[in-house]
Design a protein around this ligand. Structure first.
Ligand code: 13P
Length: 340
């Protein structure tokens, strides 16, 4: 295992208050988001959209790494330049989603298990050879009546740990993403309890699979009330509860925590990350960063709508969100930034 490469990559991914941009939606997920905006669900439309993202002028000022999907990592700009070259020329580290998606967990109604371990060693070797330096695997945990079950948490944590060990063997930094979903009417307290149990189990499994904590990044959910919960706590309460849960469960050897956005509005995701950094940054053992998909991309996608004429304003909206989140890493984001 190339320990130094892993440590260097993990640290580069959170240097200079930058963060990650997830643009690794699988084809079905990308198509679903396109369909809502009447964008054609074709390979060419997905390629054109990803070209818009990777060619955004100035993106590398705020984004250290992007997470690609298997289709995207092999694509090129219209002029033939590979996306991988465009990214590395902009100083952005390419990463890759390597899980094969969350499938129904047998005998566990309402729960999922992420698949993709079979053949993973060979796929990782190919991606590393192409130039990817980090990889992502997402596990999803739902909150509901009687769930999450212990067995669902354990199965997903075990898969995450086996994926992470394989990544490190191949020279890729694992971005370990156990996502407790926002869907439902559960309370902030229920999300806190589930998140802490999940993170404890994940770190137990990472230790037992001998994953080097200094060469990984944790990508967790923020601790939030369910989307349809009648009580929606303030930004300060969310920041306090999230920090408490992370302090209790994430070892100090982990260099960085990069949150997913999970369906929060772009502004709230920035405001919550900002408050955590503003209030706690000097007391934290890890960098507190972002690895957002929707909270960076959604405004840009809604402007683009598949129209060539909208590329420049869409890129401006994408860069704006990236800048807001970089400011949030410094604890310097303000609502006034949204008006600029
Ligand atoms: P969201 O920020 O939209 O939750 O996506 C993050 C991600 O990478 C999901 O796997």
């Amino acid at each position: 295992m190339n320990t130094q490469l892993l440590i260097d990559t993990a640290n580069k991914l959170v240097a200079d208050d930058k963060g990650l941009l997830a643009m690794d939606e699988s084809n079905p997920t990308c198509n679903k988001r396109f369909a809502k905006l009447n964008i054609p669900q074709t390979v060419e439309a997905r390629r054109a959209y990803r070209e818009l993202i990777v060619t955004t002028p100035g993106l590398g000022e705020c984004i250290s790494g992007v997470i690609l999907y298997d289709e995207t990592i092999r694509q090129q700009k219209k002029d033939g330049t590979p996306f991988l070259k465009v990214l590395t020329d902009a100083g952005i580290i390419p990463g890759i989603k390597v899980d094969a998606g969350a499938k129904d967990l047998a005998a566990h109604p309402g729960e999922k298990i992420t698949e993709g371990l079979d053949g993973l060693r060979d796929r990782l070797a190919e991606y590393f050879q192409m130039g990817a330096l980090f990889a992502k695997w997402r596990a999803v945990i739902a909150i509901g009546v009687g769930i999450p079950s212990r067995s669902c948490i354990e199965a997903n944590a075990h898969a995450l740990a086996r994926y992470a060990a394989l990544c490190q063997e191949a020279g890729l930094v694992p971005v370990v993403e156990p996502e407790v979903l926002m869907d439902g009417d559960h309370t902030l307290e229920q999300c806190r309890a589930a998140t802490e149990e999940v993170l404890r189990t994940v770190f137990n499994q990472l230790n037992s699979q001998r994953v080097m904590l200094e060469g990984m990044i944790l990508k967790p959910n923020m601790v939030l009330p369910g989307l349809t919960c009648s009580t929606q706590e303030s930004v300060d309460e969310v920041a306090d509860t999230t920090m408490k849960s992370l302090w209790r469960t994430v070892p100090a050897a982990v260099p960085a925590i990069a949150f997913l956005s999970g369906g929060q509005s772009a502004e709230l995701a920035s405001a919550r990350l900002n408050t955590m950094n503003h209030r706690f940054k000097t007391q934290l053992p890890w960098a507190l960063a972002f690895s957002f998909a929707r909270a960076i991309q959604q405004p840009a996608l809604e402007i683009w709508r598949g129209e060539e004429a909208n590329v420049t304003p869409a890129q401006q909206a994408l860069l704006h969100r990236a800048r807001c989140n970089r400011a949030a890493r410094r604890g310097e984001y303000t609502v006034a930034m949204e008006k600029t």
